[in-house]
Design a protein around this ligand. Structure first.
Ligand SMILES: [Zn+2]
Length: 114
């Protein structure tokens, strides 16, 4: 379960901020990642609850912003959002496609602190 490792790096970042910005408590954290990045929000939530104990992020509410998978098709020139990436353009069935979104790594995009 690589979520454990991901949560550990999130908590390290939170700890660093807590020291630099002198806050005591994190109320909520918004995390973003790409739909195709193989991160399971439920596992992430669970790992967070366990690992955040006795850190400033204990009991913080997690929110996820999951970025869509997007391809650019060179045949029809469009950018399309996909549910499943199959390596072809769902509109024109072209195979000259490039994945331009959806594989983003886990990032902290917002944090509400006291
Ligand atoms: Zn196309």
């Amino acid at each position: 379960m690589h979520e454990l490792y991901l949560v550990e790096s999130v908590l390290n970042i939170v700890q660093d901020y807590a020291v630099k910005q002198e806050f005591k408590k994190v109320n909520s954290i918004v995390l973003s990642f790409g739909r195709l990045s193989c991160i399971d929000p439920k596992s992430l939530q669970f790992a967070f609850e366990v690992q955040a104990k006795e850190t400033p992020a204990e009991n913080a509410a997690l929110q996820f912003k999951i970025l869509p998978a997007v391809i650019h098709c060179f045949s029809c020139g469009r950018d399309l959002e996909l549910d499943i990436y199959e390596g072809t353009c769902p509109r024109c069935k072209g195979e000259e496609v490039m994945l331009v979104g959806g594989t983003e790594e886990l990032q902290i995009i917002e944090m509400d602190v006291d």
